[in-house]
Design a protein around this ligand. Structure first.
Ligand SMILES: Nc1nc2c(c(=O)[nH]1)N(C=O)[C@@H](CNc1ccc(C(=O)N[C@@H](CCC(=O)O)C(=O)O)cc1)CN2
Ligand SMILES: Nc1ncnc2c1ncn2[C@@H]1O[C@H](COP(=O)(O)OP(=O)(O)OP(=O)(O)O)[C@@H](O)[C@H]1O
Length: 194
């Protein structure tokens, strides 16, 4: 996978392109299968850490969907949050409480997010667990995202949060080309698509 004649940023760009295409090529049935396959692993980790305030995301462009877990954890009385693009601060995320699909509208990338309501913003330090989407990951738990640095910045600001990457098995490579600011994940849950 690594081609040493290319710079790290060029390798990362090419890997992003290839892995986004892989994700998008999965059928609806494969997506459904994978989303259900990760559900028990998510529930076990939440139980293990006794997490109360938990952030997920709304899947887009072929990302593995955490929706079955969101629905189940809401029923258990957990507090669920979703990332919202900060209105003024570039490349920063806020986490807003989520209760139902009616709370959501698309942001500038077309990703569904809760409407910004200052009363629903969670201070970073209160977040117990953060489930993150990714474009590619490796066997050491390193993560490559969409390239905005949103989650790397967030993780740098919440060093104590339990970070869990969610992905399709086909998004894992042997070793990612890394940069100094990359934040490794504590856990990785990979869904088989069939
Ligand atoms: N589901 C989900 N939500 C998420 C993320 C994510 O990766 N997945 N993010 C994780 O960071 C943040 C949003 N970051 C994003 C960064 C880049 C692009 C994107 O489509 N970039 C285009 C260029 C578009 C443009 O410049 O206008 C591209 O890569 O082609 C989308 C989301 C917050 N919410
Ligand atoms: N903690 C940080 N503080 C400031 N800048 C950062 C930080 N982390 C990453 N960046 C910047 O963000 C940009 C994108 O980083 P990178 O390509 O690693 O994003 P990514 O991990 O793919 O995206 P994301 O984290 O949003 O999923 C880089 O230019 C990097 O310098």
């Amino acid at each position: 996978m690594l081609n040493t004649s290319l710079s790290s940023s060029e390798q990362r760009r090419l890997l992003r392109q290839a892995m986004k295409a892989k994700r998008l090529a999965l059928s609806d049935a494969q997506q459904q299968f994978a989303a259900n396959a990760i559900l028990p692993h998510i529930l076990t980790l939440v139980e293990q850490y006794q997490a109360q305030h938990i952030a997920f995301y709304q899947a887009f462009q072929g990302e593995i969907s955490p929706q079955p877990a969101i629905d189940r954890l809401l029923k258990q009385g957990k507090k669920i949050y979703l990332p919202v693009l900060h209105p003024f601060s570039a490349h920063q995320l806020l986490f807003i409480a989520y209760q139902s699909p009616q709370d959501l509208s698309p942001n500038r990338f077309g990703i569904l997010e809760p409407r910004l309501d200052v009363r629903k913003v969670l201070p970073f330090e209160q977040l117990d667990m953060l489930f993150l989407p990714l474009v590619a990951c490796d066997k050491q738990g390193n993560r490559l995202g969409m390239g905005g640095g949103f989650y790397d910045r967030t993780l740098a600001q919440i060093p104590d949060v339990v970070s869990v990457g969610l992905a399709h098995r086909c998004q894992q490579v042997e070793q990612l080309p890394l940069e100094s600011w990359d934040m490794p994940l504590q856990h990785l849950i990979l869904g088989e698509s069939e």
